[in-house]
Design a protein around this ligand. Structure first.
Ligand SMILES: NC(=O)c1ccc[n+]([C@@H]2O[C@H](COP(=O)([O-])OP(=O)(O)OC[C@H]3O[C@@H](n4cnc5c(N)ncnc54)[C@H](O)[C@@H]3O)[C@@H](O)[C@H]2O)c1
Length: 280
């Protein structure tokens, strides 16, 4: 897609690109295409897990390593960002990790230390990031903040487990801050994205089935990371200046569907295989 200078003259920070599958990686590429300048950030541990240098080269960006659960790291990060750009116009939070989910611990038996870690990394980190952006006066009036969510915040997707709770908290933080940031015309929204094949996505047991199910239910099919990034640029731009406190579905129509012909057919075939041709 050609750029339209949607973010010409805007500066920001993008948290969460790890490798080229990451949603934040696509968001950085799209923001660069639209004329924005930004810093990339990820946890120090990602230095050896990912390939962020390549993205920094491609988008002419600097990297600041910071653990999004660490107040000192975040304060230093925003001071550095301010030194580089003055006040910034946008923040993208694309961070998530379910510790119990990764370790296959069922919801009924959650390890509470890991649960706290999951909520801290995946949701409270948004609160910390916004707080430190405000305290350091790094974000400008009229800015836009964006976080990434999933429909598992609002409906049960059994294998999503504790991450459903984390995303529900994330969406609530979006609303709670949205109210408070409004007086400075700062907007904050969440994109609720289709299942996407990334490192975080693939860490969820049953992810492939969730992905295929959504693909067959959504009238437009699953939304890719690249299309999500295009949508993100509109929300970071002035064209969305009156949109705030929203969870915005970017899911090919999945959230408005019940069942589709494809799923009906698949269910009929599977019932027939089980020798139970008339499930009624
Ligand atoms: N992949 C999907 O199916 C899907 C669907 C909807 C929403 N999302 C959300 O999109 C966002 C991005 O995930 P992704 O799918 O691109 O996977 P990803 O693994 O590429 O990105 C997750 C990022 O979080 C970072 N991170 C983890 N702990 C951190 C910490 N303490 N401090 C700073 N960064 C930390 C990781 O290093 C990684 O870069 C997440 O919020 C995820 O929940 C993903």
């Amino acid at each position: 897609m050609d750029g339209h200078d949607l973010l010409d003259g805007k500066t920001g920070i993008i948290f969460g690109p790890l490798n080229e599958d990451s949603i934040a990686w696509s968001i950085a590429q799209a923001c660069h295409r639209e004329g924005a300048e930004f810093v990339l950030s990820n946890a120090p541990v990602a230095r050896r897990l990912g390939s962020l240098d390549e993205l920094a080269d491609e988008t002419d960006s600097d990297i600041i390593w910071a653990d999004a659960t660490d107040d000192e790291d975040l304060e230093e990060l925003f001071e550095e960002v301010k030194d580089a750009y003055g006040k910034i116009d946008f923040i993208v939070h694309s961070i998530g990790m379910g510790v119990n989910v990764r370790k296959d611990v069922p919801y009924e038996d959650l390890n509470y230390n890991w649960y706290e870690q999951t909520l801290d990394v995946s949701a409270v980190s948004l609160h910390r990031i916004v707080k430190h952006a405000l305290d350091t006066e790094a974000i400008d009036d009229g800015g836009s903040i964006l976080a990434m969510s999933y429909i598992g915040a609002q409906r049960i997707f059994s294998k999503y487990s504790e991450m459903g709770d984390a995303k529900a908290l994330l969406e609530s933080i979006v609303r709670s801050f949205g109210y408070r940031l409004g007086k400075r015309d700062i907007r904050i929204n969440a994109i609720s994205q289709s299942p996407t094949k990334t490192t975080a996505g693939s860490g969820i047991e049953g992810f492939d089935a969730m992905y295929e199910f959504a693909e067959r239910v959504s009238p437009l099919g699953n939304a890719s990371a690249d299309s999500c990034a295009d949508y993100a640029t509109t929300l970071l731009s002035d064209y969305a200046r009156m949109v705030t406190m929203q969870t915005l579905y970017h899911d090919g129509g999945f959230s408005s569907m019940g069942i589709s012909d494809q799923i009906v057919k698949a269910m009929e075939d599977s019932f027939a295989e089980e020798g139970d041709e008339d499930p009624s």
